[in-house]
Ligand binder design. Structure first.
Ligand SMILES: Nc1ncnc2c1ncn2[C@@H]1O[C@H](COP(=O)(O)OP(=O)(O)OP(=O)(O)O)[C@@H](O)[C@H]1O
Length: 253
């Protein structure tokens, strides 16, 4: 039986009267990359934010690495250390250099010593190709370097799963490739990843499974070759027709 890292069942989320997630089921197995695609406003970010409990679900169940996050008795802070998250932008603490960005949570949350947290940070900066930026301030880095540092920071907490919310959507086009390259490398290393993305080529090449979301539902899911290459649902087809051009570099939805 495969080892399930993230299991979401019947997840609902409303903001006031706006029902954003209408009953989402989702499973991510250890070592798998699951990509979520779909139109703007379909609830993709809200889903990730619920999985990380940055938003409180209105209903349903979320289990990460065996801990039921939606159980009021569970130690949420502890459970959340198992989840790394990289957002669209504004990931780094602006007042801390790169090294301290990577060590602060290790020391505070994981209670690692300064020496150990620095060793872990340096290892992860090397992993994302930023060994020469240890002492830089975030403002001195390009957007792509900042995102790679944010990935290294999340990795430094030894997460069981990494959540990515459109990590390249705020970047200049020439910086996108470096960040996607790091994500491909993590996938090759066997990292479990749940990725909201508009990068269809990345999803097609890297994802083990793709979910197409629309209006708060998972409309279609399956292997990338099926959902992106041969979609069955009309809504998936019309979304893909809008975002894909013949070279797979269509406009962002
Ligand atoms: N904190 C909030 N309060 C009220 N409404 C919200 C909040 N967060 C999200 N929403 C609404 O929920 C809906 C889904 O938003 P969400 O960001 O999850 O969509 P998305 O699929 O990630 O879109 P995009 O691709 O543009 O990022 C939108 O209508 C949005 O305005």
């Amino acid at each position: 039986m495969s080892d399930v890292v993230v299991e979401v069942t019947g997840l609902k989320k409303s903001f006031g009267t706006l029902e954003v997630l209408k009953g989402i089921d989702l499973q991510v197995n250890r070592g798998d990359v699951v990509c979520i695609i779909g139109p703007s406003g379909s609830g993709k970010s809200t889903l990730l934010r619920c999985v990380n409990l940055l938003e409180e679900p209105s209903g349903g169940k979320i289990v990460v690495d065996g801990a039921e996050l939606t159980d009021p008795d569970v130690d949420i802070d502890k459970a959340r250390t198992r989840i790394g998250m990289v957002f669209q932008s504004f990931n780094l603490f602006a007042h801390l250099n790169v090294l301290n960005n990577l060590t602060v949570a290790q020391r505070k949350v994981l209670k690692r010593s300064e020496k150990e947290s620095q060793e872990v940070a340096l290892r992860n900066l090397e992993r994302v190709g930023l060994s020469d930026k240890v002492n830089a301030m975030p403002a001195q880095l390009s957007g792509g370097q900042q995102q790679r540092a944010a990935i290294a920071r999340a990795l430094s907490m030894d997460p069981d799963v990494m959540l990515f919310d459109e990590p390249t959507s705020a970047l200049d086009p020439e910086l996108v490739g470096d960040v996607l390259g790091v994500m491909r490398q993590l996938a090759d290393e066997g990292m479990t990843m749940l990725v909201v993305t508009h990068e269809m080529q990345f999803a097609r090449e890297v994802a083990d499974r793709v979910l197409f979301m629309d209006a708060g539902y998972v409309v279609e899911e399956g292997p990338a070759a099926q959902v992106i290459g041969d979609p069955q649902h009309e809504r998936t087809k019309s979304f893909l027709a809008r975002v894909l051009d013949p070279t797979n570099q269509g406009p962002r939805d």
